[in-house]
Design a binder for this molecule. Structure first.
Ligand code: 4IP
Length: 149
């Protein structure tokens, strides 16, 4: 399928294919996609050469306020977030075997990590889709025997 790597508004804009499928790309296809991402995506500069598997605008709440950030779920895995107005990488949610996601409702979900619970709001209401993708990445990374070395 075609990849819309430059689309910033949609939370499932990398592709419409099942997320599980992109986790298991053949090396050749993977390289092609990274090459296309390098050429076409304005988000490529933030992801340390990793293939972006899912991305979208998410409001990340801290205290009373939320900041709108472009979230980039990549191979690695990584979950980077970028200030889309100033195009600055603001941080990343750390992956570990303790990471856990929790969908609260259509818009709100939590990513629990050992030192912090990230309070995330998907304005498009696709919180469950994000949770599924993160869970699948979790299983692929920590629970499957055939992952990439
Ligand atoms: C900030 O609040 C932003 O929410 C930061 O998010 C957040 O850092 C800060 O938390 C928080 O104090 P204000 O912008 O209203 O000051 P971002 O980095 O996306 O801009 P992180 O990255 O950690 O969520 P602290 O506790 O990390 O400083």
């Amino acid at each position: 399928g075609r990849i819309n790597t430059d689309e910033s508004g949609s939370s499932h804009s990398v592709d419409k294919e099942p997320f599980r499928y992109v986790l298991q790309l053949a090396d050749e296809e993977r390289k092609e996609r990274i090459e296309r991402q390098r050429k076409e995506s304005k988000w490529h500069q933030f992801v340390e050469g990793n293939l972006i598997l899912k991305m979208g605008l998410i409001d990340k709440r801290k205290g009373l306020f939320a900041r709108r950030r472009q979230f980039l779920l990549t191979e690695g895995p990584h979950l980077y977030y970028v200030d889309p107005e100033n195009m600055v990488l603001k941080g990343e949610i750390p992956w570990s075997p303790q990471l856990r996601v929790e969908a609260k409702n259509f818009k709100t979900y939590f990513v629990h990590t050992p030192n912090r619970t990230y309070y995330l709001i998907d304005p498009e209401g696709n919180a469950q889709e994000w949770c599924r993708a993160i869970e699948e990445m979790f299983r692929y990374t920590y629970q499957s025997s055939n992952h990439r070395q």
